[in-house]
Write a protein that binds this ligand. Structure first.
Ligand code: SF4
Length: 362
């Protein structure tokens, strides 16, 4: 079965409601002048929102009260609201955001000293349906808009005014390359130097591997990092784990070689280790032979167990042996630490329908 961008068209983002967060800065300036206000008012709003994480027009006192009153009636500043927050023992936080149409998405704030990474969702649910992942269990409802993606960062920044968000990873719910137009737009908004100013090289798009989407990423945003969820080195097992996997491993590797030729950027492979499924030494050998055909590194991630999925977390010694085998075959590989596992915020645990208990409102 193949997945094409027409899949995304079936779940396209709604036209309304729109919010200020949907604008690029140039569009916000144009909107202000179209309403009879000077363009610099847009810059003031933009800085209040993205530099100071102010999500209420009335608190932006740098702009005149009549403009604030007009904005309140014409255009919401943000279209989502935080409905719950769960804090992990390791300090990471999962935020549940309620969208204007009643859908929910989840994002994760991961602190690292004075800085933090935000893991954002790109769709409500996910159409790929990997067997081990909670995000695809309830299917996909629709694509997120650029504003709904950017707001995941704004809400996290608002909760942590003293901690700079300097990394964004598209590793939450959804397949970002099936919502490329909105994802690319969101990346340009979060990269704007007058606002969030998150460097292109500090943004990572993680995909199951959509060849056409990988080439678009290389052409349109070549400085953004690319991570590919591989999980199996042979086609039969990969298709079992990722039933709606859009291409063969060879087609995927061919697209990645073209990606490298266009960008000169190393690819990161994500490999979720499922105990007694893909975690044997011979699996590592097969993986090394496959990925060595493109400049890369491999992140090995011990599986985070998900209720309802028939997979188990491998013991630490198995993870260690797997990484050692890759390194022995001259593949750069690291075991990635899990964060947020106790609040179902780790890789593959975010979900569209929120089932957890007793999470306080932010
Ligand atoms: S692992 Fe990624 S692509 Fe697969 S179902 Fe989960 S969110 Fe979708």
């Amino acid at each position: 079965m193949s997945i094409t961008t027409s899949t995304a068209a079936n779940v396209s983002a709604p036209e309304a409601p729109r919010a200020f967060t949907e604008f690029t800065l140039a569009e916000a300036r144009a909107w202000c002048t179209s309403q009879g206000w000077p363009a610099y008012r847009a810059d003031q709003l933009w800085q209040a929102l993205y530099r100071h994480a102010i999500t209420d027009y009335q608190a932006i006192t740098a702009v005149p009260a009549p403009l604030r009153a007009q904005l309140v009636t014409l255009l919401p500043l943000c279209s989502s609201a935080v409905s719950a927050v769960a804090t992990s023992a390791d300090g990471s936080e999962k935020r549940v955001l309620k969208l204007a149409d009643g859908e929910t998405v989840e994002s994760v704030w991961i602190p690292m000293g004075a800085h933090a990474t935000v893991c954002v969702s790109s769709q409500v649910g996910c159409p790929i349906g990997c067997r081990f992942c909670a995000s695809g269990m309830d299917g996909v409802a629709r694509n997120l808009t650029a504003g709904e993606i950017v707001e995941q960062i704004v809400h996290a920044a608002r909760a942590h005014p003293r901690c700079e968000i300097n990394n964004v990873v598209f590793m939450g719910m959804g397949e970002p390359l099936l919502n490329w137009a909105q994802v690319a737009r969101a990346i340009r908004i979060m990269n704007d130097p007058h606002g969030l100013c998150i460097g292109m090289r500090r943004i990572t798009v993680s995909t199951v591997g959509i060849p056409r989407g990988i080439l678009r990423l290389a052409e349109e945003l070549p400085q953004v990092n690319l991570a590919v969820s591989l999980h199996a080195a042979d086609d039969a097992l990969r298709r079992r784990l990722i039933p709606r996997c859009p291409c063969s491993n060879e087609e995927l590797l061919q697209a990645l070689r073209t990606y490298y030729a266009l960008t000169r950027r190393r690819v990161t492979f994500e490999y979720v280790l499922l105990h007694e499924v893909n975690d044997r030494v011979q699996d590592a050998r097969r993986l090394a032979a496959l990925v060595k055909t493109v400049p890369c590194k491999v992140n090995v991630i011990a599986y985070n167990e998900v209720p309802g999925a028939p997979f188990r977390t491998p013991p630490a010694r198995v993870v260690h042996a797997f990484v050692e085998e890759l390194c022995a075959r001259h593949v750069t590989a690291v075991a990635r630490r899990r964060k947020g596992g106790d609040i179902a915020a780790a890789c593959g645990q975010l979900r569209r329908t929120f089932h957890s208990v007793a999470m306080p409102v932010a």
